[in-house]
Structure formats: structure tokens, C-alpha cells
Design a protein around this ligand. Sequence first.
Ligand SMILES: [Cu+2]
Length: 470
Amino acid sequence: MNKRISMLFTIAAVAVIGATLFGSTYTQTQISGQSLDISKMDANVIEQIHQMGGLQLVMPEAFAVTDCGALADTGRKVVEFNVTGESVTLPIMGGKTYNAMTFSGQVPGPTLRVTQGDVVKMTLTIPADEVTGHGNDMHASQMSAGNFESVNPGESKTYCYIAESAGTFKYHCSGVHLIGMDQHVLSGMYGIAIVDPINGYKKLAVEKTAVNNGKVSLDRQFYDADALEFTLQYNQLYLTPEGNYDAGKMFGHQNTATVVNGMQFGYVPNMLHNILVKGDANKNIFVAQPWNGLEHKQYQSQLLFVENDQHVRLFVENQGNEPVFFHIVGEILDRVTQGNRVQSAATETWLLGGSQGMIVDLVFDEPGAYAAVNHDYAAIYTGAATVFVAGDPFGLNPRLVDAGVIPAPVPSYAYALGNPSDAVPPMGMNSIAHPAVNIHGLYTDEVASEMKDAGMIPLWEVIPTLPPVP
Ligand SMILES: [Cu+2]
């Protein structure tokens, strides 16, 4: 918008608001938008507009209540979301590191989970020794962008909003006065807010057919709304060989890595799975196992374990700069929801543009290993392959029982090994609890040790103590 039109728009908008507020004598003809002739306006009105400070001063109150004090006493639940903005060094595939920017020392940032209608009280704190300011733009909110302005090192900022719409929403570093917002976000400053529908999730209908008396007919299967849940967030890294952000590569859309929850190939088999399935730590059972050894601790790749015939819910967000063609090899996405509206059912692949999220509901019918991919070959080969294991496809139950790892056969390996913490969201109103959770993700050692203190399993310490499986 050029400056002149912008000014006319501002004046017209304020004149309309002014007319309403102050009972002005202007008629509809006189305030007809951009054709308004400023030379014919009353000097007092011009002065009045000047005193009001123009559009910026008037608009926020007209939108929504965002005052934390006022929202605290409305009878709504207030959920505090406290994050820090920190630059840290994190590993990338190939034994190198990169200069990451994070919310609270982890990529993605902590997942916020609330119910539609709750008040979110967000506080962003920037440590005094941080090299730059950071902001937080939460897409689950609806308020003036002025709230998302950058916070300086050594300072804190709080804002409040009502999570009015259900769904999966991105949050990311932001700020008008922040130089290189693209660098901050693409280097790791992103996360999601899950807003559960106020009346809960809907039952899942899965299309099946059956044969009765020699006739094939529809036999819809219904699953309760409660589901085992995971989060998958897609992003790209654009890096120089030294691990610094490379804006030139970003403009050229030449990413050096595709990451899911911050890591390339973060959910593929590791050495333990090799031992269990092949009897040899060094015999890989998947084409790419880059985070293989126990010495990688929280970065060692892990698998996502589900039961057969279980309602599984995935919160998927495209945090990056390239499209995501979300597909699960060997499966059909039984339901795709965006916001609180079903977009598709029984679909093979669903497209997410930048900053777009969805909820995928599905049931894995057959025991097996299923790779969720971004069905763009460049993305798959640079890291977007995530393996779900449903049921007991490797026939391990008897061996795990014999070795005393589990007392009795289990419906998924999650009971023996747990599911990776970075893919497990906080519990919501229709969540099935994971049997166990292991510490996994692009976390600093400090964050990993906090998780251990909170009771999550450090598999790199536990596995060597397990009795050997023959
Ligand atoms: Cu930032």
C-alpha cells in the first residue's frame, strides 16, 4: 500500500469510527471511503483524528479483549505458557552441529495444549546473555500483531488471548523490529498449540466392506473418540557447511536437510531394533539409520509404536518453507481435519502449505512397519521418513517374554520401549495414555536431564542393563 492511499484509508477508517463514537454530523455520502476529500473536512475533526493517534490506537480494542487482568476473572480457565528464547548449538546428521535458535532449548518448542475457550497466558523470557531479541506469534490467537513484537535480552513479555478456534496451530518467533525472522524460525524457533474442541473429538468412522450371503456391501467401522496421539512437525534447514543459516539457500529453496520434530530420520530403527530383529547391532533393518548408536543418547533414532485396530491421532504441522505432501506408505488417512472441520476421509495424501496444520485420524489394520513421508523425493531422501510400527510384526513377543523384558505378550512394543517424548503431546480430553515414554528429541542435555527427573525413560542407560535377547 503506498503512503498516500494508506493515509487516506487511515483517515477514512478513523472518520467512520469517530462518527460512531462522537455522533458526528457527517453523512454517509461525506465519508465514502477513499474518495474522502481531506480539504473539505472540518479542522476540528482533523485535530480529533490526530489526538486519537490514528488507526493503530483505535483498532485493538475493537477486536477482542486481550488484557490478562480482565480475562483472569471471566470464569474461563487460564493456562500459563512460559517459554524462553535461546540460541544453542544442536547436532545434525553426520556428526556435525548447527547454530539453532529455540524456544526453551528444544526444537520444536514445547507443545501447548488447551481446550477451546481457555485463556492462554503466554510469557516469553529472554535470558540476559542471549545474543538477540525474540518474539512469539501464536497462530491460535486473534489479536493485534503489536503483541508479538520482539522482546530484548534480559526482559520478559506476557500477553493473553482466548483460544476461540479448535485445531492445530503454529507458533513461531516474530517481531517487526527483528532482523531475519526467517533465520530464527527456520533455525528452530517454532512449535504448536493444540486447541481441543470444547465438546471433544468425534468418533472415527473407517470405510470397510463385508461379504454377506455372497454380496459385498459397506461395513463402516466406528472407533471411540479416544486415541493414541503423536505430533509431527516438518521443517527444513538451510545451512552453510559450518552450520550457520544460509539465506541464499532459503531464497533458492535449496534445503540441506528436511527435519521432522527437528531431526532428520529421527524415527527409524536403531541398534537395539537391529539386535532384536537381526541379532546383530550392526545389521540395519531400515535403509537409513543415521542416529543409530546408544552414544547418541536423546538423539538416537526411535520408532513410533501403535497397536493394531487402535484409533491413532496425529497432529501434523508444516513449520517450514516447502510444501508437505503427507502420506503414510501402506496406509490410507481415514480422516483429515483442519480447524474443527473434516476436510477429507479415506484419502491417500494430504497437502500442507507453509504454516498449515491438520489432524489425521487413522487405524493401522495389519501388523507392520509403515513409513510416514513427505511424498516429495527430495524431502524423503533428506530426512522426512518416519516409521510407525503397528502390533508385533517382527514376532518379538515370545523372545521379549523369555528374556524377562516384558512379563507377558504386549499389543505394541511401546509397552517394552516406550514412545519418543518429542512426538508425544500433553494429554487432552480424548487422549489414550502412552504405555511408556522415552527421552528423545532435539533437546540440550540440560533439557534431557530435566525429563529424566520427571520420570521419562533414558533408553541409552536402560538398554545395556536388559538381559540379552537370543
Ligand atoms: Cu527469535
